[in-house]
Ligand binder design. Structure first.
Ligand code: MN
Length: 191
């Protein structure tokens, strides 16, 4: 990914077009976001910054702190970086119609040798999350690819943050950004 050509054609002292940027994959602290999404079926969108985009999975039951749980995570299309700050309502008739809440956000690090993009290709990510609600090691393992749809499992790794009794998916139902519930987001943005 490069904006070289785009930049070489333009003189930014004259045009007001945006310079834009590709976020380098070598950032020390890539970000993650988890969005709670009241689409036709409620789910959690788990997004990790890898190579300048948000690689995304839809997790119907959301993440768990219990190392015995294997949460289905269906990979969806990569999203742009600025999607990480999106909270609002996708209108009726549009793809993914329904309210979107920023349920958690923070930074993460790679627990494995090698790059995140290689781990993604290989189908096994092991990462350490530093969020408000999600902390510690999580693994994502690809177990099936069907019709270009990759199915993964999101699993809490064994560490000092693992806790079978902690269940933020059911105890935390407000945005870490606005402190609103999904119902409140719907009311605010549908006006
Ligand atoms: Mn979604």
């Amino acid at each position: 990914m490069s904006l070289e050509k785009y930049h070489s054609k333009r003189d930014f002292t004259k045009t007001t077009e945006p310079k834009g940027y590709v976020r380098k994959s070598t950032v020390k602290h890539p970000i993650f976001v988890v969005q709670k999404h009241a689409a036709s079926r409620l789910h959690f969108d788990f997004r990790l910054e890898i190579d300048g985009v948000l690689v995304s999975w839809a997790v119907p039951k959301g993440p768990s702190y219990d190392t015995r749980d294997k949460r289905l995570a269906i990979q969806t299309e990569d999203h742009p970086m600025d999607y990480a700050t999106f909270e609002g309502v996708i209108p009726e008739g549009e793809y993914g119609a329904g309210a979107v809440m920023i349920w958690d956000e923070g930074t993460f690090s790679n627990l494995k040798e090698g790059s995140l993009s290689d781990a993604l290709k290989a189908g096994l990510l092991e990462i350490n999350l530093k969020g408000h609600r999600l902390e510690g090691g999580f693994a994502l393992k690809r177990f099936r690819v069907e019709k270009n749809k990759a199915q993964w499992l999101l699993i809490k790794m064994q560490d000092d943050k693992a806790d079978a009794h902690k269940n933020p998916v059911s105890t935390e139902n407000r945005s870490v950004k606005s402190n609103r519930t999904l119902e409140e987001i719907e009311k605010v943005y549908l006006k």
